[in-house]
Design a protein around this ligand. Structure first.
Ligand code: SF4
Length: 164
């Protein structure tokens, strides 16, 4: 069921920022949590609540720049490709590393891995997902003896004690 002030043209979609995958009702200039969605039951964290503000930001970079100056996409891509080629030629393929967003879709991640491992030949490709979770893994191992996510939302409702 939509909230009373939900725009009529809003569409049901998913917040792209983290693995919780909250349901969002989105319209131009407006987002709110989807009350029907099982991941969030209508709630959004501060990042999800501000999704529409990222689209309206006047300072958002819309064209490529090199050293502060606008360049065409062709120039920007040539510059990046040239720097990668120079590094491979001078220092070998393993001198190149890719640090990817954790918000890539599976297909995008596959293509980036193909480029790094299959084409350039470097094994150094990873996403911020691993670094993001490594602190949680260390904490889970110390607290519970193993790396596991110890609960789900239903557990929270049934718990007598929560330690945060
Ligand atoms: S609203 Fe917050 S918790 Fe939900 S998916 Fe987005 S970033 Fe994650």
């Amino acid at each position: 069921m939509k909230h009373h002030d939900t725009p009529a043209d809003s569409i049901a979609t998913t917040c792209p920022y983290c693995g919780v995958g909250c349901g969002v009702l989105a319209a131009p200039g407006h987002v709110e949590g989807d009350h029907r969605h099982p991941a969030n039951g209508g709630r959004l964290c501060v990042k999800g609540s501000a999704l529409h503000e990222t689209l309206e930001d006047a300072n958002r970079l819309l064209v490529p720049k090199v050293a502060g100056y606008e360049v065409t996409w062709e120039e920007a891509i040539d510059r990046v490709a040239g720097a990668i080629s120079d590094s491979v030629r001078e220092h070998g393929a393993e001198s190149v590393a890719f640090y990817l967003s954790g918000q890539l879709l599976t297909e995008d991640y596959y293509i980036a891995n193909k480029l790094a491992k299959g084409f350039i030949g470097t094994p150094h490709v990873d996403t911020n997902s691993r670094l993001c979770m490594s602190s949680a893994v260390a904490a889970h191992k110390r607290a519970f003896g193993e790396d596991c996510v110890p609960g789900c939302y239903e557990d929270l409702e049934l718990a007598d004690l929560l330690v945060l």
